[in-house]
Each structure stands twice: as structure tokens, then as C-alpha cells.
Design a protein around this ligand. Sequence first.
Ligand code: PEP
Ligand code: NA
Ligand code: MN
Length: 609
Amino acid sequence: MDQPTASVSPSAARALGVEAWVDAIAALTRPDEVVWCDGSRVEYNRLTRQMVDTGTLLQVNPEFRPSSFLARSDPSDVARVEARTFICCESEDDAGPSNNWRDPAQMRSTLDGLFAGSMRGRTMYVVPFSMGVVGGRYSKLGVQVTDSPYVVASMRTMTRMGTDALRLIRETNDWVAAAHTVGAPLIDGAADVPWPCNATKYISHFPEQREIWSFGSAYGGNALLAKKSFALRIASVMARDEGWLAEHMLIIRVTNPRGRVFHVAAAFPSACGKTNLAMLAPSIPGWKVETIGDDIAWLIPGADGRLRAINPEAGFFGVAPGTGAATNSVAVDTLWGNTIFTNVALRDDGDVWWEGLTEKVPTGLRDWRGEEWTPESGTTAAHPNSRFTVPAAQCPSIADAWDDPEGVVIDAIVFGGRRATNVPLVVEARSWEHGVYVGATVSSERTAAAEGTLGELRRDPFAMMPFCGYNMADHWSHWLEVGTGSRSAGRAPRIFQVNWFRKGDDGSFLWPGFAENSRVLAWILDRVDGSAAARDTPLGWAPVEGGPDSGGLNTDGLDVDESALFALDPVAWSAELDDTERFFSLFGDRLPAQLQAQLADIRQRFAAL
Ligand code: PEP
Ligand code: NA
Ligand code: MN
């Protein structure tokens, strides 16, 4: 049957430039008005004031936090919707078994139907932005259209948004296209609600066309399309095609007591403390940690064969609960103003609060839904996934080089999961191939494991399970290529595995974590520096026993059971390796042979114990 040809499709219009694309989206979605955003402070103030007037935002008491706001979302729109997140490439195999694949033509026709008239009665904002500094060698451009002013204000904090980016977008016409609607048209002057959204949600990615279409949600990862959708899902495909890596990693700059500077990139699944590690205040003297990024790293092999990294973002979109003086005082100090809080609690003095901000629970709280709340309410005051959106430049530990367009040279890559059992505090991979195996086997226990047994593992390879825009096994092959290619030979960063979350027989954590993780960083960087001793274990190089005097891990003043932290139980490991083999088999013949070889090697090393 013939397709209707009344107007040119937005995807086709893109080739003609950003104006043509915006016109085509407007023709499809039929907003009352189209506003091109300039990214200025004046515009931000106008938008936030307007949202206070309409009830989308509450102004936080400016005596406590100037220019800060609280958004209460629709209670159904509080997190990323992974089951409604789709990768729409031509071949299902290219999406791989860990993504929700949809036929691109079918998805386009579904989205055409949903987007038709979806912005009626609203303003469509055009948000031009750059990931990485505008014009930077490794930066990428994008344009998001959205009918959510909350999204516009958040994008201004999270990206380099506005006129400078737009100029380059027009000049190059090389940009990622991101169309977003909350899917709640206001028909015949219908009244609005504070947080419009739709029960139907589609977070759709067309990696081959570098396009994103998001319908029905205004929540962070579903709606701030520069972040997970562009900087990870689409960018991982660009990176595969262009020979670099887009990863779910924090970046830090660490200075040792002798003044040597290192840069570390670290991948952990969501809710394993990436933001805390990114803002670490070391507990051991002489070490300094500075922040470069807390969530996303673009890693690019430089002309010298070394891997360089940029943080493509301009802000932090962090989880609020658990962020307090004891766990992450740097984050608390970052939030002094210019912050949009989403779904935290409100105090009667007009400041915000969440579980863990202070030990003492204030009285007179309203919870994230706006209801009066006390500890007896039987719920949490802040939603467990409540968030802060804040400029990175406000972070007291931000490194001078955090926005260097040339990036920083990465010395060490760290992978970690939340593992109650089996995985030791820290080991160094024997080789790049072994390190890629370590990344591919990142996992967390779904349930607390019974003593001596393996809990069901939630696999999250490279902490990219929800964020890799193509076949995960191809991602592993790509990593192998980037680290062992001719340009990088011998110059690739060293790779480490860490686990802050191992538990003892009594169910309590074996390692204090937080600031004490600086001791593990110190061992890692002493290894890179050539001064830390290590012993060979089936899982890689582990610290020697006997503490820092023998070049091992510094546990001075800590009451920790090092032998339990590093214990390897061959029976438990045999079960874990079986589980890894089952997991690898999901990827069929796309699994790189090198990873199968690493698995066999580790089995053999356990057998030889
Ligand atoms: C998000 O949900 O938008 C987000 C940033 O995800 P996460 O914190 O899980 O990485
Ligand atoms: Na999330
Ligand atoms: Mn993340």
C-alpha cells in the first residue's frame, strides 16, 4: 500500500539541515509555538520562573540554595524504563540478545502515529547542544526538540547548550537528532498538570541514522536524550564505527604523595557508588582525588597510541538518597545552588531533604509526592531514585582539566560490581584480553547469597547492559581491537577489578568502602607506578600480604580481615565459571574466541591450585 506523502518525514528532512528537520517535526507534532533556545542564563531564569508559575517547579528557599527548584514527577514517571527502551537497527543480530530490538520501519510507523499532534497546545523547544566542549576535537553535536520546559532546563545543566552549538550544527550539519514529547497534548485549552506524561512510553534509538525518538516520559534517562540515549547508546555505535569507546564510566585525576598525576576511568553498574568514587576524599595522607566525570566517559586512542578520555557531559544527574556528609560531603557541597531536585522531600523551612542527607530526620517534612510525612509513615520521604541536576563546575573537587578538549590520558581502567561473594577486593588483570574478560563478567548478586553459595547473578557487562547500542559481544570484540591494535600496542591502560561489597559469614561488609576506597586506588596506582608488589592468583595479580611496608595494600588503622577479602573458594568459583559460560553462550558465535580462552585459562589456574 502507498504511504501517505503529504509532508516530508523528519528523518528525510534532516539532510536539508536543522531548520528543515525542526519544521518537519513541528508539522508532525503541531505545537502552538516553536522556540529556539539560546542557552543563556536569562532564558534559564525565564523558563524556571514560568515553571514555578505553572506549578511544575517549587522554588527551594533561596536563603539556603539560590536559584534551586524542586520538581515532583508524576508518581508513575520516576525512573528509566528499560523494558520500553528499543534499539531499532536493520538486523536483529546487530542489536544482540541483551537489547530490545524492533524493526525500524515498524517502529517509525508506530512513532509517527504517537507523535502526530502530540504537542498540540504546547511549546516545542529546540535545544541545540554539544557533548564535550563546543568545537572540541572529540566533541559531538546534537539537537533535541522537546515539549517539556523541565527537560530544557535540565539539558542546559547537563550539556553545552545554545547558540554556539547551533552555529556549529548549521556549519557542519553533522548532529544527532533527538525528538522528545511527553505525549500529553492540551486539546481545546485543556488545563495542564505539573508533570505531564503518558502511560505509553517508547525510548527508541535508530543507531544507523543516529536518531532518537522518545515518547511519554519526562524523567532523566528517558527524556534528557543527550545522556544515556546519545552519549552511550548512539555514541557507542559511532565509537564502534570510528574506533573509540563510549562507556558508562567515571573519570578521576589522582595525585600520589610524590606528586605523580594519574587518570582513572571506572565502570560500575548503576547504584554502586560511581558518583561517590568520582568525588572521593581520600582517607590516606598525601593522596589527592579530583573529579572529571561521574557517569560517562568517551575514550579515544590518541595519535601516540594512548587512550585519552573526555567527560562529554556538563553536569551531574545524581541519586540523592544516601548522599550526605559522611558518604559524599563533596556532592553535598556541590548542591549549594543552581540545582534542580526531582522527587526529594521538602522541609517546612523550604529547603530540601532526603534519606541520608542528615542523620537526624527533620520534622515538618513533605514527601516526594507532597504529602505530610513522618518516619512513622512507613514509606521513604524522598523517592529512592530521587535526583539532583547540578553543573559539574560547581563541584569543589572538579579538576582544572575536566573540560580540556584534548581529554586526559588514562592510566588505569577499573571494573566493579556489587558482589557479596567470590570477587576479591582488588586484582589486576594479567593482560588487556584478561581485562576485557573482567569487564565482560561484571555482575551483581540479585539476592543476598546464602553462605558459601552463589546468588543469582545479574550480569551487567562493562556496566553497559542497559546502554550499549549494539550487540554486546561485538562491544567486547571492539574493546579487544582498541586495546591490542597496532597504534595502542603496549600503551593501553592497565585494567583492574574491584569489589567494595564483599560480605563475611555474618552478612556484614568486609570492607568499609567510601573514603577508605582510596587505599585500593593507591595500590592500583602504585602498580601503575611500578612500586606495589603483587602475587599471582587465578583471577589476576593481587596485593601481597604484609601491608604497605612490603608493597601491599595499606590497611593501617583499619579493622579488616584481609584473608577473607581476598579468599578464593575453588568450589564456589567452579559454579561461577559455569554461570559465566552459560552467559557467554547467549551470544553464540559473536562471542570473541579470546574471552572463551580467558575463561578456560582461569579454570585451569583454579585446577592447578
Ligand atoms: C538515569 O536514570 O537517567 C540515569 C542517569 O541512570 P543511572 O543513574 O542508572 O546511570
Ligand atoms: Na536509574
Ligand atoms: Mn549511570
